[in-house]
Structure formats: C-alpha cells, structure tokens
Design a protein around this ligand. Structure first.
Ligand code: HEC
Length: 181
C-alpha cells in the first residue's frame, strides 16, 4: 500500500510539473499576443503624429510673412544700412569680389548659386530655382532653415520690414532691376 502511495505522490508531482510547463507556454503565448497588440497601438499613435507634421507646416506659414506688400514703401537707404550685417561676407557691386560669401550683384530673379568661381555648399548648389523676392526674403529670415546645410553662417533678419528694405536695396544692385512684384 505504501508503495502505491509513493507512486501516487510521484505521479502528482509529475502532473504538477507538466501543468506548470503547460501554463508557462500558455502565458508565453498570451504575452506574445499582448506584445503584438501593444505594437499595433504604437503604430496607431504614429499616425496622428503625421497630423502634427501638418501643424509643423503651419509654423512655416509664420516664417513666410510676405514682403511683397511692404516693398512699395520700403527704403533703399535703410536697406543699405542693414547690409552692414552682410558686408563682412558679401560685396554687392558689379564684379565685386567674393568674400566668405559670393558677390550679390544682379541677384533678384537670378538662378541660385550662379556666381562663377565661388565654392557653394552642395546644399545651395543643388537647391535649384531663382532668387525671387519672396524666396530671398524667406532665406534671409532663417537661412539655415530655408536651406538646411548652407554654410552661410548668419542667424537671420527677424523683422519683415528689415527684410523688405534690404531686398529692395539688393534689387537696385543690377543694370536692369527686376520689376517689382
Ligand atoms: C558670416 C558670413 C555671412 C554673412 C554675415 C552673410 N552671408 Fe550670405 N552667404 C554666406 C556664404 C558662405 C554663402 C554661401 C552659402 C552656401 O554655399 O551654402 C552665402 C550665400 C548667400 C546668398 C546666396 C547667393 C547665391 O549666389 O545663390 C545670398 C542671397 C546671401 N548669402 C545673402 C546674404 C545677405 C543679404 C546677408 C545679410 C543680411 C548675408 N548673406 C549675410 C556668408 C554670409
């Protein structure tokens, strides 16, 4: 009889081990399922983040406060004074030398990165397009945001009136100034 009881005890121990193992597998399985659910929620959260990108481009609209309406009343004299902030690196006269930055003669409506013999950054050289009034004003607002990777080390002109004055001044630095927008 005692032999039988020992067998029973052994059998129940083995059964208990099996049950523990099986439960372990089942819980692994359940945890796995939870994980995939969590991952799915993580993806679901990423979708509204692209909505945030849209609000990010809202802040770009602040950046592009246009100068066009101000150009008619902007001041070339004030623009020339503002150019002092640029003159450490730029000349604006015809056939003026390149300094740290390229010469800026005949800039408005000209292709970007057009100055022969100036070593532009890859980012500006490949940016494409022309320096229209608004494009130039946007660039001058925050150069490093407008052309990421530009080597123009200048923080930017925060006041829209300053940008309008300076762009109007630069417009004059040409044999045939571009028509006002
Ligand atoms: C610290 C030097 C520095 C200052 C200050 C600076 N620039 Fe520049 N600028 C550069 C350099 C360098 C480049 C070339 C950038 C590149 O290749 O990425 C450049 C490029 C430019 C270009 C593009 C020209 C082209 O041929 O496409 C314009 C326009 C310009 N600067 C205007 C200005 C104006 C206007 C100011 C003053 C408000 C100014 N910069 C202040 C160094 C400077």
């Amino acid at each position: 009889m005692s032999g039988l009881e020992v067998n029973k005890i052994l059998a129940s121990i083995i059964l208990a081990l099996i049950v523990v193992k099986v439960i372990g597998h089942i819980s692994d399985f359940i945890v796995d399922v939870d994980n995939t659910e969590i991952q799915q929620t993580a993806y679901k959260i990423e979708v509204p983040e692209s909505v945030n990108d849209v609000s990010g481009s809202d802040s770009k609209e602040e950046v592009t406060e246009p100068i066009s309406l101000l150009l008619a009343s902007a001041s070339v004299d004030k623009g020339q004074k503002n150019f002092k902030k640029c003159s450490a690196c730029h000349t604006y006269n015809k056939e003026g030398a390149n300094k740290v930055g390229p010469n800026l003669w005949n800039l408005i409506n000209s292709p970007k990165a057009k100055v022969e013999g100036f070593a532009y950054s890859k980012e500006l050289a490949e940016f494409g397009g022309r320096w229209g009034y608004e494009e130039l004003a946007q660039f001058l607002y925050k150069p490093k945001e407008y052309i990421k990777g530009t080597k123009m080390n200048f923080g930017g002109l925060k006041k829209v009136q300053d940008r309008a004055d300076l762009v109007l001044f630069l417009r004059e630095q040409s044999d045939s100034p571009a028509p006002l927008p």
